[in-house]
Design a protein around this ligand. Structure first.
Ligand code: GCB
Ligand code: CA
Length: 865
């Protein structure tokens, strides 16, 4: 029987290939683009500038580079000549847009095709057959990303970049075909109503476009992962109705995160003689799953804690025009991290993401961009419902998806503050969306994500979904790291008191880390890689210990672009476990150690290759600094420059060694044995050993740069990794500040040191964002000689007038400077002075306030002669 089926498969495949029943190709090349508005779509005005572009494309790629807030939101026009060869005559021709942000109008050969497509994140297709000519056709696409009160998202912590930023496809079918140009551009809906280890029932709904006359059949062929035909059924199609095919198979290979076994379903339309008219393929994964508020998530009967991240479609300098290769690479990195859960946030993403979720084994949730605020009007509600329908229908056949999420932090803009009418539409929208989910898909859960207290949502009457998620930034925006476990337990309790049967997901948690900031004194909101590491360690301890946290998603997989963000890197939200160009941060390795099932060992800070420190004591010639190792084995031995520092046992997957660094290159090796297998990781670290005594003869002073007002090292990654050291109080023989205090910026968000101002005129915001206010002096006990002294200053968010005079060893070098007046507010200023040191006086830089406060952000001293 098996043989016969295989033979049949062979014939089937050979037959359909010969027919070329459906042709699909990308139409990404040779587009012309005009940024701005045009009067008519077929503008022949020669003064209009058209730029040659390739899709994926966005007109906002440059916006990240400047110091200013805001990005272009308006119209962009695309045009191209589409060659349609003769062979396509008497066929049906479609253009499919994976997405374009956010209102798209299509014109072909001077005619409007279909309605405008509303929404920037869902896939749509248009039938262009009737307006097509043989050979050359003029395609014009208008895309508009202006703010629109009727379209979500209304507000969010990401940028609504414009353009045709995902692939465009040309699809050619026969007049008899599976539907293409519909809501969601998908014609096959695969359901597996009953699955067990011994049997799986399959039910397939197919939508056909066909003439009333004639006998047509839908053939469904299921192939296993080795391409063996497992089942073949043929169902008669009735005009005007969907065709249903049903069958079952015995002993299915089950799909799960650990073993993401996929079958392939080939759906074909045939006539009585067996002539094939159309053919499409879909993945099938056999699994059954359930959520339980107390016991957690179960897949194929097995309890599975869901741990993973959220992800945006974003890459530094590309806006949202991200290639499939980047999408797929992201999913590989997430798999290699050991995660089994993905929150596709905050909108549907590229088909490449879901393809990889299915193939690599991710449990996924998918949402529409109902973020922060509703489009609170009738049209807004309708658009939101349509978007949700498109999202569900297009993504229906992905076994990875278990829940549809209707929105994120929809109560962010406190609804009651926006008026009664707003509240009414806001509530209606929640109810309508929750209802739509269950109408569209009875096989998955409805889900929604909040950040406010459960009681608040209760008051508004929007507890409308089966699962609830909370975004909580304990240890970052609110509360302290030490209380993460307690705060999470209390939150879960409050949620379950309100809804005892509603599974709880920690849908976001995390903290920012600028890969350029490093420290041995991590503090909340310092944006150091080290604080982020500690934060995630504390979260994971709690998450793994609280059974009612069914799943958790780190915010975020990668750093992403947000125009209005003013963190350490302007326009970047850096809560990623990897950077916006995918460099791994230390916390990424921690997750690997905690989640990977295969033996794993890594030096967590191996990415920090350029370090420095002050020698432990005068003439010691070494500086001891900690190195943290992560692993999922029992113990690890560390070798520094070939010398063993002994073994350590891992505690919650981490172990810390005190490593003596010497001047120049240091080789750090870590080694573990596990079941006869040797695990190893290495790091080459360039170390600058600063003399304890600046007059040292064995290690003469050359150069030092200090990140004043900060505990953090700062690495100028765009300037040869130039390294700034943390600040310290002055000690005799050495260097340091005298007087003053950290710049502290009190706000509800942040009671730590530094400000969150985006500093103008520099990329090195963190140096300027931390300062010493009221500083009296900065001293260096250097030997006689000629020095280059650089002072870095900025007046950030300051009030009143601040005027200071700066002198070196009693001689004025800068008189009565008013930074704000001379350079403007929030601007970074660097000035370099040539200083001669004589009579063993060292360098004493004195700051005197004439009005207000003195301030200093950074100081650099280099010996010239
Ligand atoms: C949130 C939002 C997310 C933000 C994040 C943050 O709760 O859902 O869109 O980016 O916080 O980093 O503040
Ligand atoms: Ca500083």
């Amino acid at each position: 029987m098996q043989k016969l089926l295989s033979l049949l498969a062979l014939i089937l495949t050979a037959f359909s290939y010969a027919q070329q029943v459906r042709h699909i190709e990308t139409v990404n090349e040779a587009w012309y683009f005009h940024k701005g508005s045009l009067e008519t779509p077929f503008n022949t005005d020669e003064t209009v500038v058209w730029e040659n572009v390739t899709i994926p494309h966005s007109w906002n790629t440059e916006d990240i580079l400047d110091d200013e807030d805001g990005y272009y939101r308006g119209e962009g026009w695309y045009k191209k000549t589409l060659h349609v060869p003769q062979v396509y005559e008497n066929q049906q021709v479609f253009l499919l847009f994976e997405a374009a942000n956010q209102v798209t109008s299509l014109y072909v050969n001077g005619q409007t095709v279909g309605d405008d497509h509303i929404g920037g994140y869902t896939t749509f297709a248009r039938d262009i057959t009737s307006v097509l000519k043989a050979d050359k056709n003029e395609i014009v696409v208008k895309v508009d990303n202006s703010h629109n009160d009727e379209i979500i998202p209304q507000a969010a912590d990401f940028s609504f970049y414009g353009g045709i930023y995902r692939d465009v496809h040309l699809i050619i079918t026969k007049p008899v075909h599976f539907e293409v140009a519909n809501l969601g551009a998908n014609a096959i809906f695969v359901r597996t109503p009953e699955v067990s280890e011994t049997e799986a029932k399959v039910s397939i709904q197919s939508k056909l476009v066909r003439p009333k006359k004639g006998n047509y059949y839908v053939q469904q062929s299921l192939f296993d992962a080795n391409n063996n035909l497992v089942k073949h059924v043929k169902s008669k199609s009735t005009f005007g109705k969907d065709t249903y095919s049903e069958f079952s198979i015995a002993n299915p290979n089950l799909w799960s995160p650990e073993s993401p076994y996929l079958y392939k379903l080939v759906s074909e339309i045939v006539d009585r003689k067996g002539v094939v008219y159309d053919k499409i393929e879909n993945p099938v994964g056999f699994r059954w799953f359930s959520f339980d508020a107390n016991k957690g998530f179960f897949i194929n009967g097995k309890q599975t804690k869901l741990i993973g991240t959220c992800r945006h479609q974003d890459f530094y300098g590309k806006a949202n025009a991200v290639s499939d290769e980047i999408h797929r690479n992201d999913m590989k990195l997430l798999k290699d991290m050991g995660s089994n859960f993905l929150r596709i946030a905050h909108y549907p993403q590229d088909p490449a993401i879901l393809e990889m979720c299915n193939k690599l084994g991710f449990i996924a949730t998918l949402e529409i961009p109902f973020v922060d605020k509703a489009a609170a009007n009738e049209a807004g509600k309708q658009n939101s419902i349509n978007m949700l329908k498109e999202a569900i229908r297009f993504n229906y056949n992905n076994p990875a998806i278990v829940a549809w999420n209707l929105g994120n932090e929809t109560t962010m803009k406190a609804p009651e503050s926006l008026g009664e009418d707003y509240v009414k539409h806001f509530k209606n929208t929640h109810e309508a969306l929750a209802k739509t989910i269950k109408e569209e898909d009875k096989t998955r859960y409805s889900y929604t994500v909040f950040f406010r207290e459960p009681a608040y949502q209760d008051k508004l009457g929007i507890r409308v979904t089966e699962i609830v998620g909370y975004n909580k930034y304990y240890g970052w925006y609110i509360e302290e790291l030490e209380d993460i476990d307690k705060n999470l337990r209390d939150l879960v309790k409050r949620s379950l008191e309100l809804d005892p049967d509603k599974p709880f997901i920690l849908s976001e948690y995390g903290g920012g880390a600028d890969p350029r900031l490093r420290t041995y004194n991590p503090t909340r909101f310092d944006f150091s890689v080290e604080y982020q590491f500690l934060l995630h360690k504390a979260y994971m301890k709690a998450i793994l210990n609280i059974p009612e946290i069914v799943g958790a998603n780190v915010w975020n997989y990668a750093d992403f672009q947000v125009e209005h963000r003013k963190d350490a890197v302007p326009h970047i939200n850096n809560k990623g476990l990897v950077s916006a160009t995918r460099e791994k941060k230390d916390a990424y390795y921690l997750y690997q150690a905690l989640l990977k099932k295969t033996p794993f060992l890594a030096i967590a800070s191996k990415g920090w290759t350029n370090r420095s420190g002050i020698e432990d004591s005068e003439g010691a010639n070494i500086a001891n600094q900690p190195i943290t190792v992560v692993g999922n084995i029992e113990e690890v031995e560390l070798f520094a420059n070939g010398k063993s520092l002994g073994k350590q046992t891992f505690d919650f997957s981490t172990a810390t060694f005190n490593v003596p660094f010497q001047q120049g290159q240091n080789l750090i090796e870590v080694v573990s044995e596990k079941d006869g297998v040797t695990l190893k990781d290495v790091a080459f670290i360039d170390f600058t050993l600063q003399p304890k005594n600046l007059k040292s003869e064995t290690n003469p002073f050359k150069e030092i740069a200090i990140n004043v007002g900060s505990y953090c090292y700062f690495i100028e990654t765009d300037n040869m990794d130039y390294l700034w050291m943390p600040d310290k109080p002055y000690e005799k023989g050495s260097f340091g500040y005298v007087g003053g205090d950290f710049l502290r910026f009190k706000s509800s968000r942040r009671n730590n040191i530094g400000t969150d101002v985006s500093v103008k005129g520099t990329e090195n915001d963190p140096i300027y964002q931390t300062q010493r206010i009221g500083i009296e002096a900065y001293k260096f006990d250097v030997p006689d000689g000629t020095y280059e002294l650089s002072l870095l200053m900025a007046e950030l968010k300051s009030k009143g007038e601040n005027v200071m005079t700066i002198s070196v060893n009693g001689k004025q070098i800068w008189n009565a400077i008013n930074l704000k007046q001379t350079y403007g507010p929030d601007r970074g200023v660097t000035k370099r002075f040539l200083i001669t040191v004589e009579e063993d006086k060292g360098i004493n830089v004195e700051f005197n306030a004439k009005k207000g406060d003195t301030r200093l952000s950074g100081i650099k001293l280099r010996r010239v002669n």
